[in-house]
Structure formats: C-alpha cells, structure tokens
Write a protein that binds this ligand. Structure first.
Ligand SMILES: Nc1nc2c(c(=O)[nH]1)N[C@H]1C(S)=C(S)[C@@H](COP(=O)(O)OP(=O)(O)OC[C@H]3O[C@@H](n4cnc5c(=O)[nH]c(N)nc54)[C@H](O)[C@@H]3O)O[C@H]1N2
Ligand SMILES: Nc1nc2c(c(=O)[nH]1)N[C@H]1C(S)=C(S)[C@@H](COP(=O)(O)OP(=O)(O)OC[C@H]3O[C@@H](n4cnc5c(=O)[nH]c(N)nc54)[C@H](O)[C@@H]3O)O[C@H]1N2
Ligand SMILES: [Mo]
Length: 703
C-alpha cells in the first residue's frame, strides 16, 4: 500500500471537532481502502474507529446506499419505492413545488437540513435554491447549539470566533466544560488535550473517558453549571484572581456580577451542584493561575436553562482578564468566517424573497407539519429528522400525511427517507470536491473526489442545480459550478493556492501565526465591551445578568436522561453500518449502582425507560461513571434497526431551552423500571404501537 500519490488525500467532513485527514488506497479490481492520513497534523495517521468502519463499510457498499432517484409506491413510512430517472424525479418535484411558489415565496414548503456534511458547498449551496423558492427554513442550530450561540452573542457579540487551539502551549490550564471529546472529537481528546502540558479540568456529570484523563473532574448534577460557575467566580474574586482593572476597561456589569457571586461561596455551591467545595476552590485557582482556555461544549447547553449556563460559564475568561492574551479565551465553535469564507455568498442569502418567512425552530416543526394549511411540502437534506428530532412517535404520524409532499436527499435509505414521496440519491464526501473548514482549528482542508458515486447519485450541489433548472429559474448563482465556488473560497481565505495544490498539501492554516481571539479587545456587542450585564437580553425578556441557577434534582422516582454523542455513530450516521452496530451492541441504559439497586435492576436485565412522551425497552448497564439521578442512553441509532422501531428520541418531549428556541433534550426526565413489572401492568408497547407503519421492520425480533 502506498500513500505516495498525494492526489489520493482527502478530508472527513463530519460534524465533529476533528476534521481528520484521509487517504484512499486504490486496489486493482477490488474495493479501495479508506484510512487515516499519516501526515495529517491533527489526526496524525489514525481515523477514528466509527469512521474507518463506516467508510470501509456502508459508504463503499452500493447495496447500502440510495443509488437512483426513487418514487413512492406504497404507504408512507414503509419505504416502498420504485426507481425513476432523474428527469422523472425532477419533473415530479417541480410539479408539486410550482403551484406553491405561484403567488410569491413558497412559505408552505418547509426545508430542514443540518450537518450531514459539513463541507462548505454541500452544507450551503442548496440554500441558494431554497432562498429563491422562498421556502421556510427550519433553523438548523435549534436542534443542536443555538442556546449557546445566543448566550455568547449577548456576552461577547459572537459565538463563532473562538480561541486558536494552537495557543495551547501558552495556557495555564484548559477547562473543558460540557464537552466529551473522547466520543465527539477523539483526536482532539487524544492529541490536543493529550498534548497539554498544563492541568486539564473537565466539568461533566458523567465520568467520561475525557474526564478520566483529566487532572481534575468536577461532576455537577445536570443543569446546575451556572451555580458552579458563580461558585468559581466567587473564589476568583475572593482570592484576588479576578482582574478588576481588565473588567473595568473591557466589560460592563462586572460589579453586579461579582456582587451576585459574593453570595455563592463554595459551601453554597456544593449544596447547589453536588460538587465538593474543595474541588470548586481548586478548579477556580487552577483556572485563575494565568490565561486559560475554556472549551465550552454543546452538550452543556442542551438544558432547560442552557443559555443561562453558557452566559455564566463564559464569564470566566472575562473575570480573569484572560481574553486577548495568548493562551486565554474561549471556544464554542470556530466559524468558517475566521478563515474569510463567506457563508452568505455560499448560501446565496441575497436570493431570499420578499415576504419569505423567518426560520422556524426545530421545536416548532411538528406543529407546522401537522398544519396542512401551513405545510404542504417538506424538503429534507443533510438531516435525518426521524432519528434526531424530538417526539419521534408524533413526528412519524405527521410525516404520514398524504398531502405533505416530501422530498428527502440522502446517500442512505434512512427512517426519514421512508416517508418521502421522492428520494434523491446524494453522493458522499468521497465522491465530490469541496472545502472543509474545521470548527475547532482555524484550518482549511480539501475534500477531494476520489471515487465515482454509485449508480446515479450526485452531489447536493448538482441536485439543487437540477431542481433550479426544473423550476425554470434563471439566476446564475443557482448554477454556479463547484470548481468556481471552490476557487472563490480559496481566494477569500487569502491562501495563494489553487485546489489542486490544496489537494496535494492537505490541511493548511491560512494564518501562519497563532490567532489571538479579540486581539484589539473590541467586542462586537452594542457597547463594544464584554456585556456581563446585557440590555439586549433584558429587552428580550431575559435576566440582564446570568443567574446562579441550579436545576432542582429530579422528582422522586425519576432520573435525568442524558443522550449525548455515542462513540459508534455520528448523530444517526453509521446507524446502518453493521460493523458499528456490532460494536455499539444492543440498546442499553446505563445507571449508577444505587439507582439500579433501588429499582431492583442488575446488569444485563431488561428495563423499560418511559415518560409521558414514550417508552423504550433496553438492556441495563450498571456503571458508576454515571452519577446517581442520571440515566444515560447515547443518541445516534437508526430507529428502524431497533427491535422496538424507536431510538432515544421517542422519549424526547421537545422541550426548549431558555434561549434561541433551542433543544433542551438533556433536561428530559424518565422512569426506569424492570421490564416484567411493566409488562404485568399491561403498558408495554403502548407507545410503540403509535409509531404506525415503518416502526418495526418485518424481520425485527420483538421480545
Ligand atoms: N436525544 C438526542 N437527540 C439529539 C441530540 C442529542 O444530544 N440527544 N443531538 C442533536 C444534535 S447536536 C444534532 S446536530 C442533531 C443532528 O441530527 P441530524 O442533522 O439529523 O444528523 P444525522 O442523523 O447525522 O443526519 C444527517 C443525514 O445526512 C446524511 N448525509 C451525509 N452526507 C450527506 C451529503 O453529502 N448529502 C446529503 N444530502 N445527505 C448527507 C446522512 O446520511 C444522514 O442521514 O441531532 C440532535 N438530536
Ligand atoms: N462520536 C460522535 N461524535 C460527535 C457526534 C456524535 O453523535 N457522535 N455529534 C456531533 C455533534 S452534532 C455535536 S453538536 C458535537 C457535540 O459534542 P459535545 O460538545 O462533546 O457534546 P455532547 O456529546 O452532546 O455532550 C457532551 C457532554 O455534555 C455533558 N452534559 C450533559 N448535560 C450537562 C450539564 O448539564 N452540564 C455539564 N457540565 N455537562 C453536561 C454530557 O454528559 C456529555 O458527556 O459532537 C459531534 N461529534
Ligand atoms: Mo450538533
């Protein structure tokens, strides 16, 4: 095997902190091998287990892919289709969309999309067509990280311009708050955190592998992090580690914030959060010892008061005056704009129609889909809503509406695709050129077409160019070619290279110097300062200052359900991959030994996890990495591959957090009971039956 031929280098475009380098090794007459690029500066040779399994599994298996356009031939939800030509598929879609766009923007066409691919064209380009059509967009971030975005926007004026990870050697400590890169970014876990010469602190209710490797692990009860942050601010202020001069110059509201923190001593903090007082002290002193890096996770803010949590936690770098200094600052996500790439250009936002509707929240999607007047068509691409969205049983019912014309664009026959009238086969990243802009590093990477798409699959961009043509649209932006878009992006990054050269070199950093976050200490807030107290928040009906709030412990008998990233899938992607399925094993809930014992449950038992939304039958794992009061069922399985036809989102009631109309999925409460007890009561399957057609595959084993 050879990696000499540098033209075979590409980049993983998954929604992940890693953005790994990949090489494809062709083999005469046989399936090529996809593996890690040994020369890649971030991933350093290995590809994570889930990706290398799937990229040599379902990604290369035409039998697992959608390879031609499909037209529905049976009941919605059953996945009954017949292949059709591209021309027939395009004509069918256009004939349904045209009347909806006849009198202005097609606001009754709902479009949902997210990060199935995070490559720039694959992610953005279809929006040009959808803006031109005047479709109503489901705000993608509301299923993921919007609460934190809004919070950081109040505080710093931006959420997408974080620290430069290359500043690690200058940091006095790294504080990872509510991220679990051992699953969600294994290379950042192994290499970036692994390279840290300074202390690493992790704040997570779960004793994750990332927490296990840290120097200090603080284990608050879920949803109590704002109180913990105030406890740390208390210690910083008390011990002279708050930088009052810096705050006076660059922040508003610091006196008020410190006054509130005055009431949050370590004993109070311990009572509010469950974190021992001496750990609060130690974490604060370690973080305050010098400029420190704060990595704000996304799991952290999927809480009922997740926005408040992020405002409180993200105050820490300001309180210590660590911003604008090498080795200090925070990172939530680094947007492509930090590399000069213009998202508005890519998405053609100027094509948006007068009278188009503002994006709606994922948490309002169901209400909308149930309203035949306001939702006549649905276009899903880069997303698998049946697997990922809340209220799974209700969503399935909504998608069964005969009069909801549904188009799904995906490389794989997902649960969502099963409800489509037309399925369009998308090419994967191995089959198209694009640019990938990591959301952790300020880097730019080539995504290179190394294989032909199977059958008639096509890149998202080509699919939406064809849709534009089928609709008879004339704006040239709708037809811009990928090569031209790539050239424009590269020019915008300031890199003096063409795509061929980028493909040869692999990942590059447009800024050779370590970037300082907020180098001039001017913040894009109304005041130009860090707004610890925010008039904008107040005007939006929120507290002016973050509050030292702690969610109460779950009511007696219930547990707080956490469903974060699984090591064996990427959201629901890979849920159909046999290798990953084997390693993920059957669906389980993990409980602390005390909670298991209280319920008469032991490892290996069958249990029923339920709430008013639904119920799920699972095996029991007992592990004290999960604290008392918490039940863990990672996200990311394909509902139709489960015996019960559902994944964890059948339990997700779709509650929203305090900011951004964003998901509060980690606030979900459940009861966990012995399976046979629930069966005796006769309430097994009540929720499963509601799934309707498509819930349970024919060959599934229903216990
Ligand atoms: N219970 C629970 N639910 C959650 C979460 C949680 O923590 N707990 N997390 C939430 C979060 S953070 C997120 S971001 C969402 C994610 O939810 P989704 O956005 O639904 O993510 P995926 O399930 O990966 O679906 C992406 C789809 O895109 C497809 N795809 C891949 N590449 C391409 C391509 O090039 N073109 C096209 N057209 N399609 C492609 C994949 O096959 C896959 O079906 O889930 C949310 N759901
Ligand atoms: N393998 C894998 N990698 C992924 C994904 C995946 O599905 N699988 N998903 C991708 C996506 S879409 C995203 S958004 C990122 C997210 O990646 P992360 O930012 O790491 O977020 P999560 O995995 O959702 O959750 C991280 C941690 O948050 C913790 N958490 C939950 N509630 C609280 C709380 O109240 N307080 C604190 N302190 N912690 C809490 C959970 O216990 C969990 O360990 O990962 C991406 N990477
Ligand atoms: Mo996400």
């Amino acid at each position: 095997m050879s990696t000499q031929s540098t033209t075979l280098r590409t980049t993983c475009p998954r929604d992940c902190y890693d953005t790994c380098g990949i090489v494809v090794v062709p083999r005469e007459g046989r399936t090529p091998i996809v593996r890690g690029d040994p020369e890649h500066p971030v991933s350093r040779g290995k590809l994570c287990a889930k990706c290398s399994t799937a990229y040599n599994g379902v990604f290369l298996d035409p039998g697992a892919r959608v390879t031609t356009p499909l037209r529905r031939s049976g009941v919605k939800g059953t996945g009954s289709f017949r292949p059709v030509s591209w021309d027939e598929a395009m004509a069918e879609v256009a004939s349904h969309l045209r009347p909806l766009a006849a009198d202005g923007p097609a606001t009754t066409v709902i479009t949902a999309h997210y990060t199935g691919t995070f490559a720039m064209i694959g992610y953005h380009f279809p929006l040009r067509f959808l803006h031109r059509l005047g479709a109503t967009e489901v705000d993608p971030d509301t299923i993921c990280n919007k609460a934190g975005q809004v919070a950081l926007d109040y505080l710093y004026g931006t959420s997408s311009d974080g620290f430069d990870p290359r500043s690690l050697p200058h940091a006095a400590s790294v504080l990872v708050w509510g991220a679990n890169p051992s699953a969600s970014g294994p290379h950042q876990d192994e290499h970036w955190l692994g390279d840290a010469a300074c202390p690493v602190i992790v704040v997570d209710p779960l004793h994750t592998p990332t927490a296990a490797h840290a120097d200090l692990h603080l284990q608050p009860r879920p949803g109590t992090d704002a109180a913990l942050a105030f406890g740390m601010i208390h210690v910083l202020a008390r011990d002279g580690l708050a930088d009052r001069d810096w705050l006076a110059r660059y922040a508003v509201g610091s006196d008020e914030l410190l006054a509130v923190a005055g009431g949050c001593d370590p004993a109070w903090t311990e009572a509010a959060t469950g974190v021992r007082a001496e750990l609060v002290e130690e974490a604060a002193r370690t973080f305050g010892a010098g400029p420190s890096l704060l990595w704000i996770g996304q799991g952290l803010q999927r809480q009922p008061r997740g926005g408040n949590v992020v405002r409180a936690v993200a105050s820490l770098p300001a309180v210590t005056g660590a911003i604008g200094r090498l080795g200090g600052g925070f990172l939530y996500l680094n947007g492509q704009e930090t590399r000069g790439i213009d998202g508005d250009y890519l998405a053609g936002t100027h094509l948006a129609r007068d009278g188009a509707e503002a994006p709606i929240s994922h948490l309002d999607l169901l209400d909308r889909l149930e309203d035949p007047e306001r939702a006549r068509a649905l276009i899903c691409w880069n997303i698998n809503i049946v697997g990922s969205n809340p209220q799974q049983a209700r969503l399935r019912r909504a998608l069964q509406r005969e009069d909801l014309f549904t188009v799904v664009v995906d490389p794989f026959p997902t649960d969502t695709a099963d409800y489509a009238d037309v399925v369009l086969p998308a090419a994967t990243f191995l089959e198209q050129d694009d640019i990938v802009a990591s959301y952790f590093h300020h880097s730019v990477s080539p995504q290179v077409r190394l294989l032909d798409p199977p059958g008639e699959a096509m890149p998202n961009s080509e699919i939406f160019r064809r849709l534009a043509a089928a609709m008879g649209y004339e704006e040239p932006e709708l037809y811009e070619l990928d090569d031209d878009i790539i050239a424009r992006m590269l020019a915008d990054t300031g890199l003096v290279m063409d795509f061929a050269e980028l493909a040869r070199s692999g990942t590059v950093w447009p800024s050779p110097e370590v970037r300082l976050q907020f180098p001039d200490l001017h913040f894009p807030t109304p005041s130009g300062h860090v707004e610890l107290a925010s008039e904008r928040a107040a005007a939006d009906g929120l507290p002016r200052l973050p509050e030292p709030w702690a969610d109460p412990a779950p009511p007696a008998g219930t547990l707080r359900l956490l469903s974060p990233s699984s090591e064996w899938s990427l959201n629901t992607l890979y849920g159909n991959d046999p290798g990953n399925q084997r390693r993920a094993g059957t669906l389980t809930v993990t409980l602390h030994a005390d909670d298991a014992a209280k319920r008469g449950l032991a490892a290996g038992d069958q249990a029923v996890v339920s709430n008013a939304e639904g119920q799920l039958e699972v095996g029991v794992v007992v592990d004290d990495a999960v604290p008392p009061g918490v039940a863990l069922i990672p996200k990311g399985r394909w509902p139709k591959t489960e015996a019960g036809g559902a994944n964890v989102n059948v339990l997700n009631p779709g509650d929203r957090s305090d900011m951004g109309d964003s998901s509060a999925v980690h606030g979900t409460l459940v009861t966990v009971e012995v399976y046979s007890d629930v069966r005796l009561r006769g309430s097994i399957g009540a929720a499963a039956q509601e799934h309707g057609a498509g819930g349970v595959p024919e060959d599934a084993q229903v216990p």
